[in-house]
Design a protein around this ligand. Structure first.
Ligand code: PLP
Length: 391
């Protein structure tokens, strides 16, 4: 009998070449640990890409998903389902206002937001930020402030203007009576974990108010406890008009949601927007379990405390780093330009620590929010050793 080729070789050639995959095949996860097809154990400080919020195979999550799968998996959005309405109520409760539209991903949640703000204001210009990342559909790609990602797909939808992230004056100057919305991440994730300077979100709020535009916060990566609060903007004193979520919300199942104030939501009527799978019973049941676990296990506070510990410990162990920064358990280590982040992520994988790259030269740490002090110290120690090897 001939042995089949390794999965990584089978993937190449049969899957489109859109991802620079690493040579590991994970077959099981438990809590903060992953296991590969040769039984090796890894410490998971990626959690997908900031998705597996309560860790792998949390018993509450598994029970919620399997119960719901056995009960009802799909009926379309032509009918109400208990998990979807329960989840909308929970999210609106956490936010303090609004109505929900459910989708399947971050890009789709943002796409819904972009259509909604156009219809609600009758305007089409959107002010977004350099480095900002909002998705890969044509409109969310146009909103993404990374021109190198635009080039092969021009022409993109027009009417997106980009201003330097963090520059309140530039933002104010760009927002005018043609502006439907300002679209921002409270912490730019994909750009390299760049938190908005204090007061920037409030300045955006003011600029929108002055021009009759709407403030849309993309909390796809920063929301659902990642930064130590349900929503990262709650760490500051302001209320946006629209918030989008995805990634961590269902703890590993596909979901996206666009939440908007009652007034803005009223712009959408039947037929304006839709999704066959959006807000299906299983991802919504999973999301309800994620919210329960975050609440019951005190994971917002844990994310704050462990995030601070991770930043402090990395500052000690990663001596070669240019900067260590973040909010809660969204942490980035910026490397000197001559050390490619991918090389460091790859070397960390070799030492059984799973990380991701963000931006050109930042390594991102986004462990499940259940990370303990021991996990944090272990990750910082391994990373320090990796960096020493690579410098
Ligand atoms: N918005 C932000 C802030 C993100 O970080 C991402 C993904 O990284 C997206 C949108 C797109 O989400 P998705 O890949 O689920 O479409």
């Amino acid at each position: 009998m001939t042995t089949p080729p390794p999965l990584v070789d089978r993937a190449e050639g049969i899957l489109m070449d859109t991802y620079a995959r690493f040579p590991a095949t994970f077959v099981r996860g438990e809590g903060i640990r992953l296991f590969d097809d040769e039984g090796r154990e890894y410490l998971d400080f990626a959690a997908g890409i900031a998705v597996v919020q309560i860790g792998h195979a949390h018993p509450r999550w598994v029970e919620a998903v399997t119960d719901q799968a056995a009960r009802l998996a799909h009926v379309s959005n032509l009918f109400s389902t208990v998990p979807q309405v329960d989840l909308a109520e929970r999210l609106v409760g956490l936010l303090g206002w609004g109505r929900a539209f459910f989708a399947n991903s971050g890009a789709e949640a943002n796409e819904a937001a972009l259509k909604l703000v156009r219809k609600a204001t009758g305007r089409s210009k959107v002010v977004a930020t350099g480095g900002g990342f909002h998705g890969r559909t044509l409109a969310t790609l146009a909103a993404t402030g990374q021109p190198e990602k635009h080039a092969p797909f021009e022409p993109l939808p027009r009417e997106f203007v980009h201003v330097p992230f963090g520059d309140a004056e530039a933002l104010r100057a760009a927002v005018d009576e043609r502006t439907a919305a300002v679209l921002l991440e409270p912490v730019q994730g994909e750009a390299g974990v760049v938190p908005a300077p204090k007061g920037y979100l409030a300045a955006a709020r003011d600029a929108c108010e002055g021009a009759g535009a709407l403030l849309v916060l993309d909390e796809v990566q920063t929301g659902i406890g990642r930064c130590g609060a349900w929503f990262a903007h709650q760490l500051e004193d302001l209320e946006p008009d629209v918030v989008t979520l995805a990634k961590g919300l269902a703890g590993g199942l596909p979901i996206g949601v666009c939440l908007a104030t009652q007034e803005v939501s009223a712009a959408f009527g039947p037929g304006d927007h839709a999704s066959t799978f959006g807000g299906g019973p299983i991802p919504c049941a999973a999301a309800l379990a994620v919210l329960d676990v975050i609440e019951e296990e005190g994971l917002l506070e844990r994310a704050r405390i462990m995030g601070e510990r991770l930043v402090e410990t990395l500052r000690e162990t990663a001596a070669a780093a240019v900067d260590v920064r973040g909010r809660g358990l969204l942490v980035g280590v910026e490397l000197p330009a001559e050390i490619p982040a991918r090389q460091v992520v790859s070397a960390a994988l070799g030492r059984r620590l799973v990380l991701t790259q963000a931006g050109r030269n930042t390594v991102r740490f986004t462990p499940p929010l259940i990370a303990t002090a021991q996990d944090v110290d272990e990750a910082a120690r391994i990373f320090g050793a990796v960096l020493e090897d690579e410098t």
